[in-house]
Design a binder for this molecule. Structure first.
Ligand SMILES: Cc1cc2nc3c(=O)[nH]c(=O)nc-3n(C[C@H](O)[C@H](O)[C@H](O)COP(=O)(O)OP(=O)(O)OC[C@H]3O[C@@H](n4cnc5c(N)ncnc54)[C@H](O)[C@@H]3O)c2cc1C
Length: 339
């Protein structure tokens, strides 16, 4: 059979990791989902795949990541005369990046008690923030570039000298600590949460309207469905006829037969267009809204909370509502209030 049906489903992937090897693996998984080339993932394929994305300027895939740096007063010299305190450092850095903060999605918080601040961004945010600082504020660029190069050598240049007057302790904030901070104070907004959704193209179009989140989606331009067959998302009216465990219909009632017939007609058009030489990116024109798509979506707590408030609502489409409800349940299971 060339036409299959599956349910809308949600797969929470947890927090974006903070250790380089895992960062690269997550980005590779998301990127390869676009081309459906997950079978090409090997033990050490991630680094070259991510560098290829970076060199080609496909930076949106690099957004599925999060590097949170904690910058703390160094007792051996941070507050010495002539050297800016960590608070002064924080304030002047914020002033410099403020005008670009929304675009680069940097997230900063000052922690008075510990004479420290955190600054977090996804990889794309860091790459673009560093480019900006390189033009506008060289010493900040050197300082942040030095520490990022030390911790993420695959992605950032190593070897930049530290400016003489910037002696602070710099460490990565691990995922568990980010979550703990968020539980205590939602304004910290430090972790990035990643989900994989299986849903139809109509719903992915609604999801990608949430501009503060990041997306990588199965591509109908690059994937050729000719041999795979066409998978559709189960429409509401077939819900009660579908056996989830077997992935088949329990009955072949008139609605099921009608949906099959529609799917087969459409898929025949697609196949005949491919057979007469059209590329998948052109043949896709006849594929329906209900076509199954895989999409990775990531973002900070504030972005997800906004998503839930708009999409787990009576006004929302039932299938995006189903997704939003599961996302809400996931956050509640982490002890994060969603209302
Ligand atoms: C029930 C429902 C019905 C809908 N119907 C339609 C419809 O008929 N037609 C239609 O086109 N859309 C429709 N939408 C989509 C809707 O208009 C939004 O695009 C979508 O819900 C994303 O919401 P958002 O813009 O608040 O989120 P995000 O894009 O995630 O924005 C979140 C926040 O980021 C900031 N932000 C992001 N980008 C910018 C920017 N460029 N400038 C300024 N601030 C920014 C704002 O502070 C904003 O509050 C519908 C949505 C819902 C929930």
């Amino acid at each position: 059979m060339k036409v299959h049906f599956v349910r809308t489903s949600v797969f929470p992937q947890g927090l974006a990791p903070s250790e380089e090897r895992r960062v690269l693996q997550v980005i590779e998984l998301c990127g390869r989902t676009a081309y459906k080339s997950e079978d090409r993932i090997t033990e050490d394929s991630a680094r070259s795949f991510v560098l290829m994305l970076k060199n080609h300027g496909h930076l949106s895939v690099l957004e599925h990541s999060n590097i949170a740096l904690k910058i703390q007063e160094d007792s051996s010299g941070g507050s010495a005369p002539g050297i800016p305190s960590v608070q002064e450092f924080y304030e002047s850095l914020r002033k410099i990046i403020r005008e670009r903060a929304a675009y680069h999605r940097t997230c900063t918080t000052y922690d008075e008690g510990n004479l420290a601040f955190t600054i977090a961004a996804n990889l794309r945010g860091w790459i673009e923030t560093l480019e900006y600082l390189k033009q506008e504020a060289t010493r900040y660029y050197e300082f942040l570039g030095h520490h990022l190069g030390r911790t993420f050598p695959a992605l950032f240049q190593q070897g930049a000298d530290l400016p003489d007057d910037f002696h602070y302790n710099v460490s990565i904030v691990p995922e568990e600590a980010q979550l703990e901070l968020l539980r205590k104070d939602p304004r910290s907004d430090l972790p990035v949460f990643l989900f994989k959704f299986i849903c139809d193209r109509g719903i992915t179009h609604e999801i990608v309207r949430h501009r503060v989140l990041s997306f990588t989606q199965e591509s109908t331009r690059y994937v050729n469905y000719r041999n795979k067959g066409m998978t559709l998302i189960l429409p509401e009216e077939l819900e009660s006829c579908y056996d989830e465990s077997k992935g088949t219909f329990i009955t072949e009632n008139p609605q099921v037969l009608e949906w099959r017939r529609r799917g087969e007609v459409i898929f025949e058009w697609y196949q005949s267009d491919i057979a007469r030489g059209l590329r998948p990116e052109i043949a896709r024109d006849v594929l329906p809204n209900l076509l199954k798509s895989e999409i990775f979506v990531s973002g900070r707590w504030s972005g997800w909370r906004h998503f839930i408030s708009l999409r787990d609502s009576k006004q929302a489409h039932p299938r995006i509502r189903l997704i939003a409800r599961e996302v809400r349940q996931y956050f509640e299971s982490l002890g994060l209030p969603t209302t």
